[in-house]
Design a protein around this ligand. Structure first.
Ligand code: G4P
Length: 540
């Protein structure tokens, strides 16, 4: 099979001559240390977005130096925030959404993955599938996000490639199709045989910025290959390639697009080896923007009118100006700077005069953007996660839920004079998705809820450094929260009156039942069959 043999699938045809058809909006999923940052950096090198390796980290540090609240990232050596990077290569426009790399599952990560069309899964060749990769993969699977796999660090001693493929197939229940095949690993790593184009990509650890030499060959038996490799390795590679051709299914575009099959590439991000092949695979196979699920109808990218949705809000990127940036993914139309869009729900009109595209070098103001692109919209708190923006039509995108928190804490305010600031801080951070905030019906205590414990540290640090409010977080008498609803308002009111002690409101005023433990929740469920207890709540 050759790349040329891949014809445009029918679902892409409507986008053939549309700028949206060139967009590839994706994320990289991996376990910490597998090489996500390094791969990102090399991808950006191909895109010409940066000119020296190390720039991603350097830029990260420069940003941290500017903003205090990222202190926590430094202390823990993790990236808590999500950034967006746009670059072009081979006629395609890539929008890379960076997912937070820490161990805790967070809503932020989930929401970021709702804004991508595909993902690259990076696996450390010595470690195989690790916990966080698996978790992120499961999130991708919820939406059948197609995945390209990159097995990294082949320049180190690694697991047997057949064993790695079997591990991916069995632990993730995914079909695998190797697209390249390694000759050796560690000190013996000589490169990869390109199974798609029948040629050898030679590995050199000499110049890390350059892409290695390519020995074009007419199949695995070509004598040119024999002269390029030590004899024993050549024999082993021949044998492996024969086994691979028999043992694994051919690449099937439809199956990949449906999230059932992953094409697998081997390489070394650090040495910029195998990275171009991954990028080309994204350009060739990965889906352009697809219709966006919405109510009352899906939004098709080629629609002339602009629409998009906010999947993330980040406050205080610059602590000197209480600015806030809403990250909006465009779903349709040609966005132009200065456009007026309606925030569906409130009906407010928002003029987007200084949209930001997140090029790797710095933020740049852009004049136009297309479906699949992410734009940053500076605002003063009007825009919220889950918001749909349109040119007027009442459309609401679906699929960005709030999750029931797994950890609840009561907020203790050290200085009672600062209750106003506290409210503001909690509401801001709730809006960003750092934490969820509930106000108890009785007594008005603030209860914060998070999905992972790291979010509590982020909350404490940020409330103190950004809002100058000292707080403590105490064990709450509750363990879990559920959004409640019922067909009959009278029944819901009766339930809320009877359970006043356990009632709270979220920041949109939606009623929430706080349970002391799972047992209590079950008992209450049985006693009140007319009440629905939801673990997630769709915004609005
Ligand atoms: P992450 O974002 O997934 O957490 O991983 P990151 O790229 O930061 O890589 C983790 C470590 O693995 C880094 O080493 C990086 O240099 C190394 N690495 C990445 N790709 C390769 C590869 O292909 N081969 C080898 N041998 N190493 C690789 P570090 O010592 O933690 O950091 P640094 O001092 O190199 O920056």
């Amino acid at each position: 099979m050759s790349i040329a043999a891949v014809t445009t699938p029918a679902e892409d045809q409507p986008l053939a001559d549309h700028p949206a058809g060139r967009r590839r909006t994706f994320a990289i999923i991996s376990h910490p240390d597998a090489g996500k940052t390094t791969l990102t950096e090399k991808l950006l090198l191909f895109g010409g977005a940066i000119h020296a390796a190390g720039a991603v980290k350097a830029r990260g540090e420069a940003r941290r130096a500017r903003s205090d609240w990222m202190k926590i990232e430094q202390q823990r050596g993790i990236s808590v925030t999500t950034s967006v990077m746009t670059f072009e290569y081979g006629g395609a426009v890539f929008n890379l959404l960076d997912t937070p790399g820490h161990e805790d599952f967070s809503e932020d990560t989930y929401r970021t993955l709702t804004a991508v069309d595909s993902a690259i899964m990076v696996i450390d060749a010595a470690k195989g599938i690790e916990a966080r990769t698996r978790k992120l993969f499961e999130i991708c699977r919820l939406r059948d996000v197609p995945i390209v796999t990159f097995i990294n660090k082949m320049d180190r001693e690694s697991k047997d490639p057949f064993a790695l493929l079997d591990e991916i197939a069995s632990t993730l229940a995914l079909d695998v199709t190797p697209m390249t095949w390694p000759a050796g690993s560690g000190q013996e790593f000589r490169g990869c045989y390109d199974l798609v184009r029948d040629r050898m990509l030679l590995f050199s650890a000499q110049d890390r910025e350059k892409v290695g030499a390519v020995v074009e060959c007419d199949g695995i038996d070509d004598p040119r290959l024999a002269s390029a490799l030590p004899e024993a390795q050549h024999a082993k590679l021949k044998e492996d390639v024969e086994l691979v051709r028999i043992g694994y299914p051919e690449f099937d575009l439809a199956s990949y697009r449906e999230g059932h099959l992953t094409p697998v590439f081997f390489g070394s991000a650090y040495n910029n080896f195998g990275v171009r092949e991954v990028l080309e695979a994204l350009a060739t196979y990965a889906p352009p923007p697809r219709p966006q699920p919405a109510e009352p109808r899906p939004i098709v990218p080629t629609e002339p009118k602009v629409s998009g949705f906010v999947f993330k809000v980040q406050a205080n990127m610059d602590p000197n100006h209480r600015d806030r940036v809403a990250f909006m993914r465009l779903s349709s139309g040609r966005f132009q700077r200065g456009m007026k869009l309606k925030q569906v729900g409130t009906g407010k009109t928002i003029t987007i005069s200084s949209p930001i595209l997140f090029f790797a070098r710095e933020r740049e103001i852009v004049d136009e953007a297309w479906p699949g692109d992410i734009i940053g919209v500076p605002n003063h708190g009007t825009l919220r996660v889950g918001d749909t923006l349109t040119e007027g039509e009442e459309l609401r995108i679906t699929g960005i839920p709030s999750f029931a928190p797994e950890i609840l804490r009561r907020v203790r305010l050290e200085d009672p004079m600062k209750s106003k600031q506290l409210r503001r801080a909690l509401e801001d951070l709730a809006e960003e998705g750092v934490t969820q905030v509930f106000r108890r019906t009785l007594g008005g205590d603030w209860i914060v809820g998070v999905v992972g414990s790291l979010q509590l540290d982020v909350l404490l640090t940020r409330v103190e450094t950004e809002y100058q409010v000292k707080i403590g977080l105490e064990q709450a008498p509750f363990e879990t929260a559920r959004w409640i609803s019922a067909d009959s308002k009278a029944e819901l009111d009766a339930f809320m009156a009877a359970q006043r002690v356990a009632m709270a409101e979220d920041r949109d005023g939606a009623p929430v039942y706080l349970a002391r433990n799972a047992w209590e929740l079950n008992t209450i469920r049985e006693r009140f069959p007319a009440i629905r207890f939801a673990e997630t709540r769709e915004r609005h």
